[in-house]
Design a protein around this ligand. Structure first.
Ligand SMILES: [Zn+2]
Length: 121
């Protein structure tokens, strides 16, 4: 059996993308084509990029609709609005902090209690 790989499949500009578990670029593109995030794209314009650092053995093949899981695993570097912060549950622009998806407010709060502050004393 082929090893499962994490792909970031995006439009021709690379601006919008989805997280797909597939065996190959071709496989990833075939499963992504027609997805709501990429519906304006022609099959030929889709780009699939294998992220070798991301382990996806525990996931099923196909488009991963849990975008926060994609952020947690490092397929996305951020999520635009439309998803809830793990801490305050408000809908915001999220980035990955540790193993959580946080909004900028919650990230700032974490910064204030950084361990480096404690170590200085
Ligand atoms: Zn928050």
């Amino acid at each position: 059996m082929e090893k499962k790989k994490a792909y970031y499949v995006s439009d021709s500009d690379g601006e919008y993308g989805i997280f797909v578990v597939a065996e190959s670029v071709k496989h990833a593109k075939r499963m992504s084509w027609g997805h709501e995030c990429l519906c304006n794209e022609e099959y030929i314009d889709l780009k699939a990029k294998w992220n070798k650092k991301v382990k996806v053995d525990d996931l099923e093949y196909g488009v991963q609709d849990d975008f926060k899981e994609g952020l947690r695993r490092g397929v996305f570097s951020f999520l635009d609005e439309g998803y809830d912060c793990d801490e305050c549950e408000s809908e915001a622009f999220l980035t990955k902090v540790g193993d959580k998806c946080l909004c900028s407010d919650c990230e700032d709060k974490l910064d204030k209690t950084e361990p480096s502050e404690v170590q200085k004393r």
